[in-house]
Design a protein around this ligand. Structure first.
Ligand code: HEM
Length: 393
């Protein structure tokens, strides 16, 4: 079914321009069609986004789950499966993120953040994405999945190349890099078969131990799940930490407030996660002709849930473009909603909170130098952002 385009995806963006475009769409055309990137509806208001996320009977993830569409060779649970088939994969991860496990991570993350942040500050700063925020989430995932340093380095390299191919929409290269990630996941599974680990402490062993009606999960789906876990937790923290640094550089008064009162860091993090939501292009496909917020949508249409926009919807967040720590409305969609809501969110929050804390305790201020290099759909935020870091005396 053809639709009349409501907006064009801009060829270039800066830190603020996506927010300006989404504000216009929310006001005038909240469910907007674009012919770009294969054609898709952008759902920009909070209420509509929630409705699509929660109504999985109508909006499936089994066809296309990001904009732009990436041709996939294999299904990657849990994101590529509708309920209830996604649940066992989520459970296998969530058992490692109980409150007591998170308390453990809290302690382990302090030295991990310092290991990457201290040299960055000592050398006066630099590109916070390349030199810090890309390294840290991979180090965390490497520990989470009990990977060898060699495997972690392989993922860091292939993950960076995969991300670059996605940014440039080079789909041939993307396929090659995706296959390389599958190979890494396959090696990990083979290793756990050869050297069994305790499912209580090893997420890959947990996936292998799952039984549904007495049967193990299918080999190819375990492989797909692992491949997804290995990448999905890397990209968003990378760009989001870049966005946090841009905000601190633009608002030295907010930086100073957090330095003086570190107890404000958890609230500040929630506000920054709202303002600079790193995902905007997770998608669903309509199973039938339907409507979203009164806009007719045809069977088979891709629908992008624009979290980055929904979190600045004035219907939910008063003065949505302002950083305010006194908000009572905290209905963030940063980590999604409904049956696919991010199972890694508690771990991501610990990682980001510790980063914001150390960044504002160890530096007096950040000064942005040079231009930002921005990511594009399906993410939002800088891929490269350089700063002078002024250490605290
Ligand atoms: C700033 C950091 C992160 C953000 C903003 C984020 C955001 C999201 C969002 C919005 C979704 C829902 C996608 C949808 O509904 O289509 C999602 C799903 C997912 N996330 Fe995260 N995520 C982050 C970090 C992580 C980490 C660290 C992990 C792993 C430990 C992780 C693992 C996953 C997985 C496996 C899914 C798929 C869940 C499912 O389909 O049931 N994420 N994430």
């Amino acid at each position: 079914m053809t639709h009349t385009p409501d907006f064009k995806v801009p060829d270039t963006e800066d830190f603020d321009s996506p927010h300006a475009l989404f504000a216009k769409l929310r006001a005038h055309c909240p469910v907007a069609w674009s012919d770009d990137m294969g054609g898709f509806w952008a759902v920009t208001r909070h209420a509509d986004a929630r409705e699509v996320l929660e109504n999985w009977e109508m909006f499936t993830t089994t066809v296309q789950n990001v904009v732009p569409r990436v041709a996939t060779t294999q299904r990657r649970p849990p994101l590529h499966l509708d309920p209830p088939h996604n649940t066992p994969y989520r459970n296998a991860i969530q058992r490692h993120l109980t409150p007591s496990r998170l308390a453990d991570w809290d302690a382990r993350l302090k030295p991990m953040v310092a290991k990457f942040l201290d040299p960055w500050i000592e050398t006066g700063g630099g590109d916070i994405c390349k030199d810090f925020s890309f390294l840290l989430p991979i180090a965390l995932l490497a520990e989470f999945f009990n990977l060898s340093p060699n495997k972690a380095e392989q993922i860091r390299k292939v993950g960076a190349e995969f991300n670059m191919a996605l940014q440039r929409q080079d789909f041939d290269l993307l396929r090659i890099k995706s296959d390389a990630l599958y190979d890494i996941a396959a090696d990990l599974i083979a290793d756990r078969h050869a050297n069994p680990r305790d499912p209580e402490t090893d997420p890959t062993a947990s996936l292998l131990a799952v039984r549904v009606a007495g049967e193990p999960l299918a080999d190819d789906l375990i492989l797909g799940a692992l491949r997804q876990f290995l990448l999905v937790g890397i990209i968003a923290p990378t760009t989001f930490i870049g966005s946090m640094a841009v905000h601190l550089a633009r608002h030295p008064e907010h930086h100073a407030e957090l330095t003086a009162n570190p107890a404000l860091v958890p609230d500040a993090l929630e506000e920054l996660l709202r303002l600079y939501t790193p995902y905007r292009g997770f998608a669903r496909t309509a199973r039938e002709d339907t409507e979203i917020g009164g806009c007719p949508v045809s069977k088979g249409d891709p629908v992008a849930i624009v979290f980055t926009s929904a979190n600045r919807d004035a219907a939910v967040f008063e003065e949505p473009d302002s950083y305010r720590l006194d908000r009572t409305a905290r209905d963030l969609l940063t980590f999604g909603r409904g049956p696919h809501m991010c199972p890694g969110a508690p771990l991501a929050r610990v990682l980001l909170r510790e980063t914001l804390l150390q960044l504002t305790q160890k530096t007096e201020r950040l000064e942005q130098v040079g231009p930002l290099e921005m990511t594009n759909w399906p993410e939002y935020g800088p891929l490269s952002a350089s700063f002078h870091a002024i250490p605290r005396p």
